[in-house]
Design a protein around this ligand. Structure first.
Ligand SMILES: NC(=O)c1ccc[n+]([C@@H]2O[C@H](COP(=O)([O-])OP(=O)(O)OC[C@H]3O[C@@H](n4cnc5c(N)ncnc54)[C@H](OP(=O)(O)O)[C@@H]3O)[C@@H](O)[C@H]2O)c1
Length: 244
């Protein structure tokens, strides 16, 4: 029986989740790379990990679907023997002033970001082994109050609240539960639909004067998920280059 740690990463096909899957594999985890639609992208992440000597499998799962998520955890257990680390990076962004909000879009956003985080966290609470960790992705926008981000920030506010409650509910299990809240990070989610001037303005905001990279965020997530990060529990870690 292998004592290799095993990670389930939703949103592992692209952006921050992709970088998290690669970083966890580099720290020795076997990784189930979750995706919703981008099978070729997920396959490339698995190839990258296995080419570096790691172990990984792609698993399709809509995070808001409880059967899909249960099957994803079972696939990780069957392939690698258990689940120690869960990172929920699947997410959706839509921008709109609240006065113009399309309620169908609000429902879709909340289905992935809120229901999805609950379904992933519930499964993690049931299955993660002692010594393990759950990390949910929030956003620094919860604290920054940028106009246009009302629905998105509210969905991630729910994620932060639930994450902190779950950390206390898992007393006695030796499992940590944290949220990582990135600032603007150069992924499709952030870059799509923004003009150059907007990107430059947002990149200039942190004292470090650049956008975050998926790898900046993944290093923090993989530290929290590792034994070295185990004393950090029940926290929201803002990873944004110092934006106030
Ligand atoms: N980028 C930023 O600036 C930023 C800032 C703060 C917080 N965040 C948060 O960080 C997380 C990752 O964002 P990102 O920038 O890496 O996004 P991204 O590049 O758009 O990637 C989104 C990922 O989520 C997956 N996904 C979307 N809906 C899903 C669903 N219902 N079920 C399963 N998977 C689903 C996608 O899968 P497919 O590839 O299969 O479509 C993709 O892997 C999100 O929670 C986001 O809110 C991002």
């Amino acid at each position: 029986m292998s004592d290799q740690r095993v990670a389930v990463v939703s949103g592992g096909s692209r952006g921050i989740g992709r970088a998290v899957a690669v970083a966890l594999a580099a720290r020795g985890c076997a990784v189930a790379v979750g995706y919703q639609g981008a099978a070729p992208a997920a396959a490339r992440v698995v190839e990258e990990i296995t080419a570096s000597g790691g172990r990984a499998i792609p698993v399709r799962a809509d995070v808001a679907d409880e059967d899909d998520v249960a099957a994803m955890f079972t696939a990780a257990e069957d392939a690698f023997g258990g689940v120690d680390v869960v990172v929920n990076s699947a997410g959706r962004l839509s921008l709109s002033p609240i006065a113009d909000l399309d309620l169908a879009e609000l429902d879709a956003l909340h289905r992935t970001n809120v229901r999805g985080a609950f379904v992933m966290s519930r499964e993690a609470a049931r299955r993660v082994r002692a010594g393990g960790a759950l990390v949910n992705l929030s956003t620094s926008v919860v604290g920054l109050q940028f106009p246009g981000y009302g629905a998105y920030a509210a969905s991630k506010g729910a994620v932060e609240a639930m994450t902190l409650v779950l950390a206390r509910e898992l007393r006695g299990r030796d499992v940590t539960v944290n949220a990582v809240a990135p600032g603007p990070t150069a992924t499709e989610m952030f870059l799509d639909g923004k003009d150059e001037a907007t990107i430059r303005r947002l990149a200039a905001q942190p004292p470090l004067e650049r956008l975050g990279t998926p790898e900046d965020v993944a290093e923090v997530v993989s530290f929290l998920a590792s034994p070295a990060g185990h004393w950090v529990n029940g926290q929201v870690v803002r990873v944004n280059g110092g934006i106030i």
